[in-house]
Design a protein around this ligand. Structure first.
Ligand code: SF4
Ligand code: FES
Length: 870
């Protein structure tokens, strides 16, 4: 038999015949690309050589020796004198390889290695989390001896040791394959674990003064071929054979990473990375892996609620009654209703909102941008993004000669993009260029070049990136707050013949754009202002006329609601704390006569709504996200929760009370209709006009605020796993050495960032950053900047040295005594979303309080005790 293949693990372009190497494995001739490892070539003829350290996405190391094969002919007519590790041996023309299938020598070598590996392994499979899905267990059954000849005492270690607050290591189970250390060093770029000691004492260790701080640490658990690495969240909670596994898609960012969700008796027990070579390969961030408990908290909404006109309280109601009340209220406000949607929506749900707004409410007042936004951004999205289908892809990033990041920090904001760019830099030398105020850890790990940019100066600095036809420019949603940035990036890439992609923050944003949740765009990227586009959609919907006036943006909808121009709102998936002016948004919702809220959990909107309709969380429904590439990422229902309805079904229920309905009730029908409507093939909306805006000019005591959300922060989608949350990076106020000297502060001292709305005190970090800039995280460590300061990216704040007043020292004492960050931020009368502290009060960074640390340690101790129990 002869087997010829282009490539093993990936479906890259076909390899020319002259680059193929022919060899014989177990008497089968196989032709594979030059450089292929013998272990991969054997897979192609269906022979699985046992292995532990080998991983197709990690550089070969030959650590475990389990994959030994006999090589009677190395291709030069001479045999290799002893068995060879097939995971480090490249093929050679004419090579002859014999695996365990046809060689007693290879078989004996593999059995012998297995015996060595098991000498010190505790064989505690019945209590080990990996039992049932353990490569060591499985391969020992297939390639090991039936009985052990080792009668001596096994090596033991105290167990487990905490590699981080989330990752625990049982050293006696480790077989020293170095998968975890290689992943950390090669893939994540966080080499805080390493092999220490030698011989029988060799072990995985952390650097004493640097904890294992990585956004990707959970991947080490998944690729560990034994149960040596476990997570605090899952350890001893379940067994593989208890679990039902469902492929799904991560909902925390716009990357569309494939995941696997394992649940048992209606409860999600863990999430793992899926294997999707086109998207996330085999890696996910810790947020995608560990942040899944948010929908199971006590604030979960389970029943429709309707506000009692007499008591003013929200009272449980039946679904039909709630639909009827919502329909009556919206019908009363017909023509004066705004629709606000947020990033948790699937594409199908977003389509339901878009159709509900146009066909039922008769308005274009709908916007998915639950964050600062601009008209320029809406025009940019209409011209360059909506309805364009699959654009720049992960593979394109990997192959690009240069990738320019503008208003985007991928390690924090789009973790899968970060991993692919790091891979591109390491494998292909891709130049990563960032327009940013300072070089982040992520940029350093991508080997990136910084073009130092004060927030707001992006339009003028972009010219320094040297765009050409092979460049890809990635623009983040923060640029919506910078005049001329998106228009400038678009014009510059078009001039250079480069490619451009928009990377939003939330999973549902691109799908919402495609579905028509924008005031100037109908589904499929049809411009509202284009009569033929409206007619096209009207024909598809069977609606003779659609509203022709471009609608209001999120901020304009809220302003109109506050002024009484709009008298009703339909809100789904919006956190008011994310909006540009939180105080104004809260006041607007308060002032609105009739508010219908479709939400998973109680929120500032549901507290103020007249009708609250509980909807299904992503894991409880099917649907799809469209990721930043424009790739549709469908997923199925993981948990069947009785009465959990997707937004689509709820909106259909209201629409049917108001008239003929939406024309669909299910997610599948909504998807089918959206496919039928299709993308607009007529004239596209015009590009936004460019302008030459510059950064704000700070006074001496002021700075331009640079800020974004860190990957692990206080976002509500991350509630419920304290171990995960405790791995968040600290939030610092990054300032220059010059400003620090001017203020008379050193690293670790606190500075106060102040606006006329409020003030926050944050520890100082001194970095290479323009004197005019201060950076701090948007929503970390109990400090939601939008809510407290009323400011965001590119705004001016004053930076002051803290001369600690007595009131602050008292607060610190409170925190040490167990007060949580939320307690501090919420100090004052109970309120679901408190208004910022008065300017004389300062809200403090509390994340690393001793109280929290000791709480986590106590959890760890409890984990040890559980293990002892078993
Ligand atoms: S902890 Fe697991 S992945 Fe790391 S070296 Fe040991 S066996 Fe390999
Ligand atoms: S798999 Fe080949 S040496 Fe480990």
């Amino acid at each position: 038999m002869t087997v010829t293949t282009g490539s093993g693990a990936t479906d890259e372009a076909a390899v020319p015949d002259e680059n193929l190497v022919s060899l014989t494995i177990d008497d089968v001739e196989v032709s594979v690309p030059e450089g292929t490892l013998v272990i991969r070539a054997a897979e192609l003829i269906g022979v699985e050589i046992p292995r532990f350290c080998d991983h197709p996405l990690l550089a070969p190391v030959g650590a475990c020796r389990q994959c030994l094969v006999e090589v009677p002919d190395a291709g030069n007519g001479r045999g290799m004198p002893k068995p060879q590790a097939s995971c480090t041996l490249p093929v050679a023309p004419g090579m002859v390889v014999r695996t365990q299938v046809s060689s007693p020598v290879a078989d004996k070598a593999q059995t012998g290695i297995m015996e060595f590996l098991l000498i010190n392994h505790p064989l505690d499979c019945p209590m080990c989390d990996k039992g049932g899905e353990c490569p060591l267990q499985n391969q020992a059954m297939a390639h090991g001896r039936g009985e052990s000849r080792f009668a001596e005492a096994k090596r033991t270690y105290p167990k487990p040791i905490a590699i981080s607050q989330q990752i625990l290591l049982d050293r006696e189970r480790c077989i020293l394959c170095a998968r975890c250390t290689r992943f950390s060093e090669q893939i994540a770029g966080d080499p805080f674990i390493a092999m220490a000691e030698r011989g029988a004492l060799q072990q995985v260790a952390i650097y004493e003064r640097e904890p294992f701080s990585s956004y990707f640490s959970g991947n080490t658990i998944q690729i560990c071929p034994v149960g040596a690495l476990t997570s605090n969240a899952y350890r001893f909670r379940s067994r593989p054979f208890d679990l039902v596994s469902t492929p799904s898609v991560a909902e925390h960012d716009a990357c569309g990473a494939a995941i696997r969700v394992d649940h048992r008796r209606g409860k999600v027990m863990r999430r793992l990375s899926g294997d999707e070579p086109e998207v996330n390969e085999e890696w996910i961030s810790d947020k995608d892996r560990f942040a899944f408990s948010y929908a199971a908290g006590s604030d979960r909404l389970t029943r429709p609620l309707v506000r009692d006109p007499e008591t003013g309280a929200l009272e449980p109601a039946s679904w039909p009654a709630a639909f009827a009340v919502a329909a009556r209220g919206l019908a009363r406000a017909q023509g004066r209703v705004g629709v606000l949607t947020g990033g948790r929506l699937t594409t199908e749900d977003a389509y339901a909102y878009a159709k509900f707004a146009r066909a039922v409410l008769g308005t274009n007042d709908i916007d998915f941008r639950a964050r600062p936004q601009s008209d320029e951004e809406a025009e940019f999205l209409a011209h360059a993004v909506a309805g364009t289908g699959l654009g720049v892809t992960y593979r394109d990033l990997e192959a690009a000669s240069k990738v320019v990041l503008v208003g985007l920090e991928p390690e924090d904001e789009a973790a899968t993009i970060f991993l692919r760019l790091r891979k591109a830099w390491r494998a292909n030398g891709t130049e990563v260029v960032a327009l940013a105020s300072h070089a982040t850890r992520g940029l350093e790990k991508m080997g990136g070049r910084l073009i130092t940019t004060v927030p707001g100066d992006e339009p003028v600095r972009l010219a320094e990136a040297g765009l050409d036809a092979s460049t890809i420019v990635l623009v983040g949603e923060r640029l919506a707050g910078v005049d001329g940035a998106l228009a400038g990036a678009l014009a510059a890439t078009q001039r250079a013949g480069a490619r451009l992609a928009w990377v939003p923050r939330r999973a549902g944003d691109r799908g919402a754009l495609e579905a028509g949740c924008l005031p100037n765009l109908l589904p499929g990227g049809r411009p509202v202002a284009d009569a033929s586009a409206r007619a096209d959609l009207g024909a598809a919907w069977g609606t003779p006329s659609l509203p022709s006036e471009p609608g209001r943006s999120t901020d304009e909808i809220l302003a109109a609601a506050a002024s009484g121009e709009l008298s009703a709102l339909v809100v789904g998936g919006v956190e008011l704390d994310d909006l540009a002016d939180v105080e104004a948004a809260v006041a607007a919702v308060d002032a609105t006569e009739f508010v219908v809220s479709l939400e998973v959990r109680a929120s500032a909107v549901t507290e103020r709504a007249d009708v609250v309709l509980p909807v299904a969380a992503p894991m409880e429904k099917s649907g799809s996200f469209v990721n930043w590439e424009g790739r549709r990422r469908p997923f199925d229902t993981v948990l069947s929760v009785p009465h959990a309805m997707p937004d689509t079904r709820v909106l259909a229920g209201i629409a049917e009370e108001m008239g003929p309905g939406l024309g669909f009730r299910t997610t599948a029908d909504a998807a089918a209709e959206l496919d039928e409507v299709g993308p607009w093939d007529g004239t596209r909306a015009a590009a936004p006009a460019t302008s030459t805006a510059r950064a704000a000019r700070p006074a001496d005591d002021e700075a331009v605020l640079d800020t974004w959300r860190q990957l692990i922060d206080d976002g509500r989608g991350q509630d419920g796993d304290s171990h995960y949350r405790s791995t968040a990076r600290p939030s610092l106020a990054l300032i220059s050495a010059g400003r620090a000297a001017g203020l008379g502060v050193a690293e670790g001292d606190e500075v106060v960032l102040r606006t006329d709305r409020g003030a926050v005190a944050v520890p100082v970090g001194i970095v290479d950053i323009p004197d005019a800039v201060v950076w701090t995280a948007t929503n970390s460590n109990g400090l939601p900047l939008r809510r407290i300061l009323g400011s965001g990216y590119g705004d001016l704040v004053t930076v002051e040295r803290v001369d600690v007043p007595a009131s602050l020292e008292e607060r610190s004492d409170d925190a040490a005594a167990g007060e949580t960050p939320a307690d501090v931020a919420d100090a004052g009368p109970p309120h679901p979303h408190p208004h910022p502290a008065p300017t004389e009060n300062v809200t403090h960074d509390e994340t690393t309080s001793p109280a929290e640390r000791s709480a986590t340690d106590a959890d760890l101790d409890a984990s040890h005790e559980r293990e002892g129990d078993r």
